[in-house]
Design a protein around this ligand. Structure first.
Ligand code: BTN
Length: 320
């Protein structure tokens, strides 16, 4: 009920009459009033004018299930949202849910993680209430070898979702960092539960810096990381609106991928990638290789053309 009421109030900048709310939600005027009071207790500010109705003047920045659902326009992704104040890692919670048959499209979102996981076993800094730390469960009928394609698909969806929600230009850095003006705003970690020849679930973890100000970042991250707010003169965003835009793009690309395969995902990835066509340095576990990034393979492997004209396949590396 609360998310339907929020949907009605956020759909317009003007007043919505008590009668209209009561008719559309099928509840009494007294019930409408009670829900409005409940919203106020949760930090919403509403103007109430006799014979005009209610107008939402301020919404708190929460990434709770109700808030997300109020701005969500998807068919399945986010139909089930598990919202936690504090978790080890949303990946861990989502893995457990997936093992217990959680349906495709389930989203786990937390205000903070105290064991946030990054790629290559790195720690992922997840300060409370500032960014979006969430994991999505999908169950594509694909072989495990194709799972990396979903990481690239996610990078495309996150980049597009961020651009749609904020109007800020974002780009992808191989394999799956999202950058604004060369600094990282988001990272993606995909993990899999599978049988030898069939994926059971893929847990797509997304960490997105949204409202952090300079003081929220550890000093060593500041030169290379940023947040959407920092790129917007310190002005903050509604996290629920940003995650909704991302979930919409994720669902669209996912359905497209299932129906038509990886071709267009790859083309879109390459068009959004800052790495492609550039001279780069790839530092792998063994060595540092320099060359021009030519593109990616079907599996997301980076093709690096070295000075002698040979192509090196880069599976995992840090890129400068
Ligand atoms: C990276 O190293 O760039 C990937 C970072 C992924 C972080 C997200 S935050 C939500 C989810 N839960 C985690 O513990 N990690 C991912």
């Amino acid at each position: 009920m609360r998310d339907r009421l929020l949907q009605l109030l956020t759909a317009t900048d003007s007043f919505v009459s008590g009668q209209e709310i009561s008719t559309k939600l099928g509840i009494s005027r007294t019930a409408v009033w009670k829900h409005i009071e409940e919203l106020r207790k949760n930090g919403y500010e509403l103007e109430a004018v006799p014979r005009k109705g209610y107008r939402l003047t301020h919404a708190p920045d929460l990434a709770s299930a109700d808030e997300i659902k109020a701005s969500l326009h998807t068919e399945h992704f986010g139909s089930s949202i598990v919202y936690k104040k504090k978790v080890t890692s949303t990946q861990e919670v989502a893995h457990e849910l997936a093992r217990n048959e959680a349906e495709e499209g389930t989203v786990v979102v937390a205000e903070t993680q105290y064991k946030g996981k990054g790629r290559m076993n790195r720690e992922w800094h997840s300060p409370s209430g500032t960014g979006l730390w969430f994991s999505l469960i999908v169950r594509p009928d694909i072989i495990p070898q194709k799972a990396p394609q979903l990481t690239l698909m996610t990078a495309v969806a996150v980049t597009e979702g961020v651009m749609e929600a904020t109007g800020i230009q974002a780009q992808i850095k191989w394999p799956n960092d999202i950058l604004i003006d060369g600094k990282k705003i988001a990272g993606i970690l995909t993990e899999m539960q599978s049988e030898p020849d069939r994926v059971q679930a893929i847990i797509i973890g997304i960490g997105l810096n949204i409202n952090q100000q300079v003081e929220h970042f550890p000093e060593e991250l500041l030169p290379k990381a940023t947040s959407l707010a920092l790129e917007n003169d310190g002005v903050t965003y509604q996290r629920a609106v940003v995650i909704s835009a991302i979930l919409k793009r994720l669902e669209q690309w996912y359905l497209h991928y299932l129906q038509h395969g990886f071709k267009e995902v790859r083309e879109r990835w390459e068009s959004l990638a800052v790495t492609i066509g550039r001279q780069i340095k790839a530092t792998t576990m063994k060595e540092t290789v320099s060359g021009v990034a030519e593109g990616i393979t079907e599996d997301g492997v980076l093709l690096l053309k070295k000075q002698d004209g040979t192509i090196e396949y880069i599976y995992s590396a840090d890129i400068d």
